[in-house]
Design a binder for this molecule. Structure first.
Ligand code: C5P
Length: 407
C-alpha cells in the first residue's frame, strides 16, 4: 500500500475533549483523511467551546456527534453504533478531566460512553483507544494526572505524547498536544503488526563526510531516506531502535534513539561498542571507502601552479564486516547500492562480508528519491520487492527480517 494511503479502509473516531489544542484537531482530521481514513468526529460539550462542530463537520465530511441523546439515531444508542464501526478511537485533545474519567470508567457523555463501550476485535483485543494529552504543565505533572495516565495505560490505552514547549497559558513545559502529523504517524504505527516486539535494532544511515580541510570534504549522494524509513518501520514493529546517522537533514522517527556522526571512522566508533547489544544490525549507510590520510587544519590554498594538490588517501574500516566478525553478533543485513549487475554484486557482498542478507538497490536511481526497488539476496535465493515508497519497502523488509530471526 502506498505511503499516501496508510490508513486506507480504516474508520477512525476522532474524539475532542475541551482544550485550546482543539484547533490542532481540525488539521488532524485533514491529515487522517489525506492518508485514506474515514473520520467520525465526536465532541464533548467543553470541546464545542473551543472549536465549532461546523468546522469539524466540514473537514471530516460527516455530521459531528455530540450527544448520547440524539433522537436521529434510530436505536438511540449512538455510543454503540459509533464504537462498533471504529477501527480505532483517537481522543485529541484528551484533557486532564477526560483522562480522569477514562481512568475511572465513567461514562456521562457520548465520548466517554463510547470509549467504555469499545468492542473486542478479532484476536480478543478491544478496539484501540489512543489518547493525545493536552494541558498546562502543572496539570500534567500533578500526581493525580500521572496516576490516571498509568491507569489508562494499564487498561490498554496508548498515550501519544505530550510534547514539550510553549503553552497557550504562556508557560513552557510538558503538556502540549503533539502536532497533527505526529498524531497521524502514531495512529499509523499503532496499526502495524508488532513483529519485532522487544527486539533491539541498530541501523546506520546516510552518507559519511570525509574532511579534506576545514571547509572541504568527500561525500556522496545518499539522502538517508531508506535508512530512516527502516528505523521508523522497525520502531513501528515494536523494536527498540538506535539510528547512527551521517550528515543528513531528516527528522528523527518517533521513539528512535539517534546518534549523529560525520565520518566513517566516527560511524564505526559509534557502532562497534554497542553492536553486540542488538539483535539486528541493518547497514544502510553509504560509507565512504576512502578518506584523506590526514585532514589539513587550514584551508588548502591554490598555489598558482594550476595543479590540484595530491591528497593521500587511506581506507576506511568496513563497519558491516567488523560487526559481522563480532562474537555474539546481531543478525546482519547489508545494503548494496550498485549501478548495474545488482544480483551478482549483492551476492558477492553476502559472501565477502559474511552476512546472511544483502539488500540490493540501484544507487543512481534511488539516491534522494522517495521510492525504491529492492532485491533481497540470501543463501536461499533472491526476492524482488517491487517499486514502492521507501516506508512501504522498509515495512516489507522488517517482515522479512522478523521471519528470518524467527519472530
Ligand atoms: O563495501 P560496500 O560499500 O560495497 O558494501 C556496502 C554495505 O556495506 C552497506 O551495507 C554499507 O552500509 C556497508 N559498509 C560499511 N562500512 C564500510 C563500507 C560499507 O558498513 N566502510
Amino acid at each position: 500500500m502506498s505511503n499516501l494511503a496508510q490508513l486506507h479502509g480504516r474508520h477512525v473516531v476522532l474524539g475532542l475533549s475541551g482544550g485550546i489544542a482543539c484547533y490542532k484537531a481540525a488539521e488532524l482530521a485533514r491529515e487522517l483523511i489525506k492518508v485514506g481514513a474515514t473520520v467520525q468526529v465526536v465532541m464533548t460539550e467543553a470541546a464545542e467551546h473551543f472549536i465549532t462542530a461546523v468546522t469539524m463537520q466540514a473537514l471530516s465530511g460527516r455530521p459531528v456527534a455530540t450527544s448520547q441523546w440524539d433522537p436521529r439515531e434510530a436505536n438511540n444508542m449512538a455510543h454503540i453504533n459509533l464504537s462498533r464501526e471504529a477501527d480505532a478511537v483517537l481522543v485529541a485533545p484528551a484533557s486532564a478531566d477526560f483522562i480522569a474519567k477514562i481512568a475511572q470508567g465513567r461514562a456521562d457523555d457520548l465520548l466517554s460512553l463510547l470509549c467504555l463501550a469499545r468492542p473486542l476485535k478479532a484476536g480478543g483485543q478491544p478496539c484501540p483507544l489512543l489518547l493525545a494529552p493536552a494541558m498546562n504543565r502543572e496539570m500534567w505533572a500533578h500526581p493525580a494526572t500521572q496516576r490516571n495516565l498509568a491507569q489508562v495505560a494499564a487498561d490498554g490505552a496508548l498515550v501519544l505524547g505530550p510534547g514539550h514547549g510553549d503553552q497557550a497559558c504562556g508557560e513552557v513545559g510538558d503538556g502540549r498536544m503533539l502536532e497533527a502529523a505526529e498524531l497521524r504517524d502514531g495512529l499509523v504505527a499503532s496499526f502495524q503488526p508488532k513483529l519485532l516486539a522487544g527486539r533491539r535494532v541498530l541501523i546506520t544511515a546516510g552518507p559519511t563526510f570525509e574532511a579534506i580541510d576545514p571547509v572541504r570534504g568527500i561525500t556522496n549522494l545518499s539522502s538517508g531516506k531508506m535508512g530512516f524509513a527502516v528505523a521508523r518501520a522497525a520502531q513501528e514493529a515494536g523494536a527498540l531502535v538506535t539510528l547512527v546517522a551521517g550528515p543528513v537533514h531528516l527528522p528523527t522517527p518517533r521513539h528512535v534513539r539517534r546518534i549523529d556522526v560525520k565520518s566513517a571512522q566516527q560511524m564505526h566508533d559509534a557502532v562497534l561498542p554497542i553492536a553486540a547489544e542488538h539483535d539486528v544490525f541493518v547497514a544502510t549507510a553509504a560509507v565512504a571507502d576512502w578518506r584523506p590520510a590526514s585532514a589539513s587544519d587550514q584551508k588548502i590554498k591554490k598555489d598558482g601552479s594550476g595543479q590540484m594538490p595530491t591528497i593521500a588517501m587511506t581506507e576506511n574500516p568496513d563497519i558491516l564486516a567488523a560487526v559481522a566478525r563480532l562474537p555474539g553478533r546481531p543478525y546482519c543485513v547489508g545494503f548494496a547500492a550498485e549501478s548495474h549487475d545488482l544480483a551478482r554484486h549483492a551476492r558477492e557482498k553476502l559472501v565477502r562480508k559474511n552476512v546472511p542478507l544483502v539488500v540490493g538497490n540501484l544507487g543512481p536511481a534511488t539516491f534522494g528519491r522517495d521510492d525504491n526497488t529492492l532485491l533481497l539476496v540470501d543463501a536461499q535465493g533472491e526476492r524482488e520487492l517491487a517499486t514502492a515508497d521507501k516506508l512501504s519497502l522498509a515495512r516489507e523488509l522488517v517482515r522479512e527480517i522478523a521471519r528470518r530471526i524467527g519472530q
